[in-house]
Design a protein around this ligand. Structure first.
Ligand code: CUO
Length: 670
């Protein structure tokens, strides 16, 4: 039996002529109502016009970390960008569909919809429904297909694929205990979206793109390390020696963009090798990786980089105009070949790191194997090695941050306002938060063809009971004061069950929320729901949501393409431990007048996920360095006393530290 006819995900966005896509699947997604009209012949859509886009084979993996694939993406995006309006794009896309790689097609469509103002009403469904095969094992999809083949043709009940809790793990390997986290659908969708908004070398820059590359990934590593601590595992180790085998392998058991081709897998103890993929025209030596890292470290320790003319470019974070050092360093490290201060010299450490790891099982194509999941933006977090690579990246950023002047007391202190009390409340219980498992359903039969029958994916994920932050703040000033409230979470104790000092805890602080309040003179009681977090997104929309919302939908839904970026709300809290685990919340108030960023004419669109994703058509809305005040080493003295732990920062009246407990119920919530 033919299982899952390749549908390529593309057809789900538009209705195509001669496409046997069932009408329900081909539902227009917020495009103009004429979408079911036939696609007229067009002589402007030729293979030549697509540049290098058709060079990526259909059915195979597409990797934004490969220079040749980025070029193909740029060619296709440029071509789509020339269209005028939704109808034109639909016609052009329908002609291109089937001629290019499926993932590339979805990437380019998403890219253009994000960037063309007139396409703001076009919304995209979640990747889970576009490419179900990237989220559940091939075996489960094949089983569903078999069940359908045996089914009574009149049966209307959907077939259900229940996925989790084990995910790809067996619990024989310590790393498998975190499969639920790495393979979480929301985290992977967030990562895909983030890179879609902030791609390197696509001919444009975004405000503080490099700094956000550092910060968003730093926060992923912090959260991953916290989750490891919850499970009694040590912090992730950076991959800084490419000449010894990588202990942990990874077997994704997934297929690529519904084509049936398998992602490559990596055995335990695989030795990374020089990349010699003639099929992509991609070559990298391990030696290059070592040289680039060493040059970046030179720059960090000397305090300047060398541009292409041989001139020094100072890297410092305390500049008030121009680019911060972190921005310059990040563009050279990621790297963005167009924005790097000296691409030939500082190289392409991070992207090439993904490539070497993605092909470590078949570096020269001797086995004709596909890349591993770490090569793809939408799947790379599944593999434990992703975190080892990004720990290396973050380690370089931290090395740089440690060379920066600590914040001074006047930069940290905000006179006149004082946090008297702050904590969390859930129902009528204070300071105890609960986590457990939950499930969400998606339709697999939108992106895959199951003979027109409905197949539901029921994915298990970590979740928590919603809660509220409560803060008692005194404003001793005579007038109202606008402040930014910054809330962070970190474990109280390290792996040895000892209280952490400032330096040890510094890079674990996870941003929970950031918002503005106007404090009236006197006492203020500020309440904020966990659901409003500045790092989390709106729930991803399913095809059904989109059908139900119609063209006259709310502006929040309209902005979804951008809002799709953001940490999943269900992963806001680390899981804690069954017996309860000690955490600390850190609250800080800063002067909004100093934090504010002028956004001329900027409508505040899609405030969700803003801390990790920025805002559409606007500058990043916080003037402080990202991660403030934990992005730098501790101030040596505050109010004349030394600083050894974070609690010493709370001596300032505008900061507050508070102990809470997170208890993992290990059962279904609600
Ligand atoms: Cu997000 Cu390496 O930058 O995956």
């Amino acid at each position: 039996e033919d299982i899952q006819k390749p549908r390529g995900g593309g057809s789900v966005l538009f209705k195509f002529e001669n496409d046997e896509t069932p009408p329900s699947v081909a539902t227009r997604v917020g495009v103009s109502p004429s979408v079911n009209l036939p696609v007229p012949e067009r002589n402007d859509v030729t293979l030549q016009a697509l540049g290098t886009a058709p060079s990526i084979p259909k059915g195979s993996a597409f990797s934004f970390f490969l220079a040749s694939h980025r070029r193909a993406a740029k060619d296709l995006c440029d071509f789509f960008m020339k269209t005028s309006g939704a109808e034109d794009l639909r016609q052009v896309a329908a002609r291109v569909h089937g001629k290019v790689n499926e993932t590339l097609f979805i990437y380019a469509i998403s890219f253009v919809i994000l960037r063309k103002k007139e396409l703001r009403s076009v919304r995209l469904p979640t990747m889970v429904e576009v490419f179900p095969s990237r989220f559940v094992p091939q075996e489960a999809l094949a089983k569903a297909q078999l069940e359908i083949n045996r089914m009574d043709p009149n049966q209307t009940e959907p077939v259900i694929i229940d996925h989790g809790l084990e995910f790809s793990g067996t619990h024989l390997k310590p790393e498998h205990r975190l499969s639920y986290w790495r393979e979480d659908n929301g985290i992977n969708v967030h990562h895909w979206h983030w890179h879609l908004i902030y791609p390197p070398a696509m001919g444009f820059d975004r405000d503080r793109k490099g700094e956000l590359f550092y910060y968003m990934h730093q926060q992923i590593i912090a959260r991953y390390d916290i989750e490891r601590l919850c499970l009694g595992l040590p912090r992730v180790e950076k991959l800084d020696n490419w000449r010894i085998p990588i202990e942990d392998g990874y077997f994704p058991k997934l297929t690529i963009s519904n084509s049936g081709r398998q992602w490559g897998s990596r055995q335990d103890n695989t030795l990374p090798k020089d990349l010699r993929r003639r099929d992509f025209g991609e070559f990298v030596d391990i030696t290059d990786m070592e040289i680039w890292r060493s040059r970046l470290l030179d720059a960090i320790h000397q305090g300047f980089m060398i541009d292409r003319n041989g001139d020094k470019v100072r890297i410092r974070d305390d500049v008030t105009s121009g680019k911060r050092g972190i921005e310059i360093l990040s563009e050279a490290l990621e790297a963005d070949a167009e924005l790097s201060v000296n691409f030939p010299y500082y190289g392409d450490l991070h992207n090439r790191g993904h490539d070497i790891l993605a092909f470590s099982h078949d570096p020269d194509n001797a086995h004709k194997e596909e890349m591993g999941v770490v090569g793809d933006l939408g799947t790379s977090l599944r593999d434990p090695v992703f975190f080892r690579l990004h720990k290396l990246v973050d380690d370089l950023f931290q090395e740089y941050k440690e060379t920066q002047q600590p914040y001074t007391e006047s930069e940290l202190f905000l006179p006149g306002v004082r946090i008297e009390q702050a904590g969390v409340v859930r129902g009528n219980e204070a300071d105890v938060l609960l986590t457990g498992w939950n499930k969400r359903e998606f339709e697999a039969s939108r992106g895959l063809d199951f003979n027109g029958k409905s197949v539901i994916l029921r994915l298990t994920h970590l979740d928590h009971k919603p809660f509220e932050y409560h803060m008692q703040i005194n404003n001793d000033l005579r007038e109202a004061k606008e402040v930014t409230v910054r809330i962070f979470l970190a474990p109280k104790l390290n792996g040895q069950e000892k209280e952490m000092d400032f330096i040890e805890q510094r890079i674990l602080w996870s941003e929970m929320d950031k918002f503005t309040v106007n404090l009236k003179p006197g006492k203020n009681h500020v309440v904020r729901s966990s659901k409003e977090s500045s790092i989390t997104n709106l729930e991803e929309l399913t095809f059904k949501d989109l059908e139900n919302s119609g063209p006259g939908s709310t502006s929040e839904q309209v902005a979804f393409n951008f809002c799709g970026c953001g940490w999943p709300q269900h992963m806001l809290l680390p899981r804690g431990r069954p017996e309860g685990m000690a955490f600390q919340l850190f609250f800080m108030l800063t002067d909004y007048a100093k934090d504010k960023v002028a956004n001329p004419g900027g409508v505040r669109r899609c405030a969700n996920g803003v801390s990790f994703c920025g805002m559409q058509d606007a500058k990043y809305p916080d003037a402080r360095p990202m991660g403030f005040p934990f992005d730098r080493p501790p101030a040596p003295l505050l109010q004349g006393l030394p600083v050894s732990t974070t609690a010493d920062y709370a001596r300032l009246g505008n900061a507050f530290i508070h102990d809470i407990t997170i208890r993992f119920l290990g059962e279904k919530l609600n």
